[in-house]
Design a protein around this ligand. Sequence first.
Ligand SMILES: [Cu+2]
Length: 66
Amino acid sequence: MFEFEVNDMTCGHCVGAITKALNADAPGVVPEFDVENHRVSISGANNAEAIAGIIRDAGYTPVRLK
Ligand SMILES: [Cu+2]
């Protein structure tokens, strides 16, 4: 499991945009969102940098925590 801080993820729209990008580019990965604390946890992935790239391409700024 990976965890990212995504400070520019601030509302349900952001969650929707990131979910859509992950579903398209990393099918099978399961994201969990904590919008209040700007955290995204990712299960089922084995390449953190690829996941970070997908989040960046969706327009957000991930910083890996774990
Ligand atoms: Cu938003």
